[in-house]
Ligand binder design. Structure first.
Ligand SMILES: [Zn+2]
Ligand SMILES: [Zn+2]
Length: 435
């Protein structure tokens, strides 16, 4: 039968969309409270931008990028992550010349050619925040605290914050050397990927997904023995501030993150309910990224979370994901004569901001009542000959099974008064204060 969505992509169906709305709503609400402003960048950029930022040797660039030539011969790639495009825009629009820090959030689809699995798609959605222009540990903590708060607001109570420092270009090389040395002795037992990593990108030896590699690397040297003074101080200040704010954490010396641009702080939020690599999101500091994208040396720190993975974890945790309580009003017309009057009523209700619907298929009154129930309408207004003679309508509460006869105007006043708590559960714009 016909066409199917391409491998690694998924339709978000109408009945699932409310879960996504919860995430989007909470995220934007927090961005407002924490004073992050939105940026929307293109979903494709020059391929070179990702090669230089994410790293030539990273899996993302080597194996997973949707890179292509357009009809003009330009080398382009669908964005595999959000930060590179934000950095490009930050520089292109001179945001490094305005008052710092610049705090930005983004939300949108990313693309990686990876083996699809539950919660991992080739087109996937990320929400992220970035803080540019400060090296202060308090900025790292701001980003971590935001992320912790976001998960807490969604209902997660048992996520683990894993945190590490990946050092800096001053102190990391000698660690990488020793790690290389350590791996050299075990080279033949490592997976083919790790054999390459041992030469080109030894830090990534630590986060190989292969069990045997993990075991082999278990007693490798740890980075904290190599920190320079400023890295050591930065990391201990971050941990101190997390403690002050009651954010519990676990220092994980093996946490290096998949992208090459991190310096100092790296962190992940892990759920034990979505499999071995249960990361729901994470981030870290990237003090050399702006410079390597062609800008001045501007420090930065940020995070991104994966929407599909969060939705999956919420399902596994069996959070109530906004049960579809009946709301709104269905206008049932009993007989053709009232069709026009019904339409006028329908649009006047919608004008008042009520969720309102009417029948489009000439159903019987009974059929319309059934439809209203199935479609999740709390109230039905019935307009028919009998009511019309008395200049009234019937207002039926489908939840309580109660029915009133009153004028249409009275019904409208009642429905508007009810709206506050039964209608309107859609997205609240982050520019408005809500509840
Ligand atoms: Zn250092
Ligand atoms: Zn491996």
């Amino acid at each position: 039968m016909g066409y199917k969505a391409p491998r690694g992509t998924r339709d978000i169906l109408p009945q699932e969309a409310s879960r996504w709305h919860i995430l989007e709503e909470k995220f934007k609400e927090l961005c407002y409270i924490y004073d992050f402003a939105e940026i929307r960048t293109p979903i494709f950029e020059e391929t070179e931008l990702f090669v230089r930022s994410v790293g030539e040797e990273s899996d993302v660039v080597k194996k997973e990028m949707y890179a292509f030539k357009d009809r003009g011969g330009r080398e382009l790639a669908l964005r595999p992550e959000g930060t590179a495009g934000v950095v490009r825009a930050y520089l292109e629009h001179g945001m490094h010349n305005i008052t710092q820090p610049v705090k930005i959030f983004y939300y949108g689809p990313m693309f990686r050619y990876d083996r699809p699995q539950a919660g991992r798609q080739r087109q996937f959605y990320q929400m992220g925040i970035e803080v540019f222009g400060t090296k202060e540990p308090s900025a790292d903590v701001e980003v971590i605290k935001f992320t912790a708060e976001f998960f807490f607001k969604l209902g997660f109570k048992n996520l683990k914050l894993h945190i590490n420092s990946v050092g800096c270009p001053q102190c990391r090389p000698s660690y990488q050397e020793d790690l290389k040395e350590f791996a050299r002795e075990k080279l033949s037992s490592l997976c083919p990927d790790c054999q390459k990593r041992a030469l080109l990108n030894p830090l990534r030896l630590l986060d190989c997904k292969t069990e045997s590699c993990r075991n082999l690397m278990n007693d490798s040297p740890q980075i904290d023995g190599y920190f320079c003074n400023s890295c050591r101080e930065h990391f201990s200040e971050v941990l101190k501030l997390l403690k002050v704010l009651n954010v519990s954490y676990y220092v994980d010396p093996r946490l290096v993150r998949g992208l090459d641009y991190y310096t100092n702080t790296a962190f992940e939020f892990i759920s034990e309910n979505i499999g071995a690599q249960g990361s729901l999101g994470g981030g870290g500091r990237y003090d050399n990224l702006v410079e390597s994208c062609g800008g001045p040396p501007v420090p930065g720190v940020g995070m991104a979370v994966g929407v599909e993975r969060i939705v999956l974890a919420m399902e596994k945790e069996e959070f109530s994901l906004g049960k579809n309580e009946p709301e709104g009003v269905f206008l049932a017309i009993d007989g053709h004569d009232f069709r026009e009057e019904g339409l006028i009523m329908l649009y006047s209700m919608r004008e008042k901001g009520l969720r309102a619907e009417i029948d489009y298929l000439n159903r019987s009154l009974k059929g319309q009542m059934k439809f209203a129930h199935r479609s999740g309408f709390r109230y039905v207004i019935i307009l028919g000959r009998e009511e019309k003679l008395k200049n009234e309508v019937k207002l039926r509460d489908m939840l309580k099974g109660e029915q009133l006869e009153l004028s249409y105007e009275e019904a409208l006043i009642f429905l508007i008064a009810e709206r506050g708590h039964t209608f309107f559960r859609g997205m609240s714009p982050c520019s408005e204060k809500n509840n």
